[in-house]
Design a protein. Sequence first.
Length: 292
Amino acid sequence: MVLKPPADVPRLPPRRREASKRDYGRVVVVGGSAGMAGAAALAAMAALRGGAGLVELIVPETVVPIAAGFDPCVMTRGLPAAADGTFAVGAAEMLLPRLERAAAVAVGPGIGRSAAVAELVLALWRDLPIPAVFDADALWALATAADRLGEHAGARIMTPHAGEMLRLLGCDPGSPRADDRGALERAASEMAAATGAVIVLKGAGTLIAAADRRASNETGNPGMATAGTGDVLTGLTAAGLAQGMAPFDAARLAVWVHGRAGDVAAADLGEVSMTARDLLERLHVGFRELAT
């Protein structure tokens, strides 16, 4: 069934016949670690499905052979790895110059947790002048410096689920407060105003909050509560940024299309059996409906 999208969901403009891949932006995904290459690859593949012209995946060098095998359309680069398979100390200094040609950056899928990773994430948050999306363990790193989240050189989007939102607030992510959706939404709006970032509070009726506006999403279902779906959303959001969308618009579009893909997957497969890869294969449905 074709769905009529809400009028407030932003649309990507029609593509010019003479366009080239460089007209639609370069997304760089920074993430991956030993045993978690798939998370970063999902984000990269979602960025391609979201319309980015070029996508590069930067992972610890020991993970490159695995990450490169997911999709031949994604470029893959490696940086020095620590013994545990995460990025090594000093990766930030090597990474920042590599991001100069990016139109948008996605940070966090599968990146792992270590002091070196925290240093890398905080340096990107603070110093990167390019629009960027931060998710997954990048949010763990940002929570270690939550009082400095207003200090950033470029547009920023964070995509926490309830537990990650609580951690950003300095609270126990496993506390019963995770079930108080109203309080979390108020906190997300307040954080957006305080930091100048867009907060995407994931969950039923995902909230997109900026300093001056907010929206609740209508698409999605419980079958999306499965590993990797957040990584797909991260890459999809970065694709919108790379194509020149404002952060709030990129997030609103990505959340709607992401949820719509989940609804189509649930209709095809049921909520129990769907996986994040099933969303990747159905992202086109929402984009086509938005174009009609």
